[in-house]
Design a protein around this ligand. Structure first.
Ligand code: HEC
Ligand code: HEC
Length: 278
């Protein structure tokens, strides 16, 4: 098929699809009454339909840190509140109608399971109020890759510190997972995972993640569809992915874009601990 014809067909297909989607969503969006029983899958203000506002990263950092300590609601709440809660404080509805406390579920990598760092989920959830998957994923990628490689914590609340005052040791976790992030830091610095120091670290990381998340959000608002992240795909994900994440390859088994290194590098920490271990 010659390319002009293909372009034409694709163009028409796109138009037809766009028309169908608009036809489905536009009346539903207009019709959703917040006080009436909802239609199936209908959503007040539409999907990914809130208007994002730029925020001051320095203000966001302080609010995120305080949010971490507020009633012990922690990392996911801290980051989410520092973005959506601050918009609520400045602009009212719909931001101020969000049940922020639900983000407390992220504490400890979701109910202390040590899965995704709650701060990171808090940011991804906030983004998802404004942007659908196609536009949001590069923003999440940028934030998560930054988190893998950056020596954290950076934020220092000075005399306003709630847990412990003073500088804290920093390291890069190589991972977006709460378990790896916390455990590596605690082992490297011989600090107990249940200590005040560790809580303080996570409080400061909450501020760090919120700061970075809002820098990305502000840039996205400025540049729209032209916004692009700065981090390349991790060397391991690109390399291992040539076989393990390539369609049609016999070894196409691996899900996800977390850096493969911390878990598959065969280090001492990853050897068998069920035998001959203290
Ligand atoms: C050239 C293709 C290729 C690349 C690149 C590759 N793998 Fe594999 N990998 C394979 C194949 C094929 C198997 C299956 C081997 C078998 O069944 O004996 C495998 C098996 C595995 C397994 C399961 C079995 C085992 O030996 O542990 C893991 C885990 C794995 N690869 C991880 C990785 C990681 C991590 C990387 C990047 C550092 C990587 N692979 C890069 C082809 C590849
Ligand atoms: C958070 C740790 C972690 C990360 C990150 C990770 N893996 Fe794994 N991966 C595992 C574990 C644990 C298993 C299950 C191993 C088993 O079967 O005992 C696994 C399984 C696999 C398997 C299936 C092999 C098997 O023996 O079950 C492949 C292939 C694989 N990983 C490749 C990758 C690649 C490629 C990446 C990076 C894109 C990656 N993994 C990232 C921990 C991880």
């Amino acid at each position: 098929m010659d390319t002009s014809r293909r372009n034409l067909l694709c163009g028409l297909g796109g138009l037809a699809l766009g028309g169908a989607v608009a036809g489905l969503t536009a009346p539903a969006m207009a019709a959703v009454d917040p006080n009436a029983p909802a239609g199936r899958f209908s959503q007040v203000n539409g999907e990914f339909g809130w208007k994002p506002h730029k925020l001051d990263p320095a203000e966001v950092a302080m609010v995120a840190y305080d949010g971490y300590w507020y009633k012990g609601y922690a990392c996911g709440y801290g980051v989410f509140y520092s973005i959506i809660g601050l918009m609520g404080e400045k602009y009212g509805a719909p931001y101020n109608q969000f049940p922020y406390a639900m983000l407390e579920a992220n504490k400890g990598g979701i109910s202390d399971w040590g899965t995704i760092c709650g701060a990171l989920y808090g940011a991804a959830a906030a983004y998802a109020l404004f942007w659908g998957r196609k536009e949001r994923t590069p923003m999440v990628n940028e934030l998560y890759r930054w988190y893998e490689v950056t020596k954290l914590p950076i934020y220092n609340p000075g005399d306003k510190a709630t847990g412990v005052k003073g500088a804290l040791p920093q390291n890069s976790s190589g991972s977006v997972l709460c378990h790896i992030s916390v455990s590596k830091w605690c082992y490297a610095h011989k600090i107990e995972a249940t200590s005040k120091e560790r809580s303080e670290r996570c409080g400061r990381i909450t501020a760090d993640v919120a700061t970075k998340a809002v820098e990305i959000l502000n840039a996205k608002i400025d540049k729209g569809k032209d916004w692009k992240g700065t981090f390349a795909v991790q060397a391991a994900v690109a390399g291992c992915g040539e076989c393990h994440q390539t369609k049609g390859n016999d070894a196409n088994w691996a899900k996800g874009v977390m850096d493969c290194t911390p878990c598959h590098n065969g280090s001492k920490a990853l050897a068998d601990k069920f035998n001959n271990h203290p």
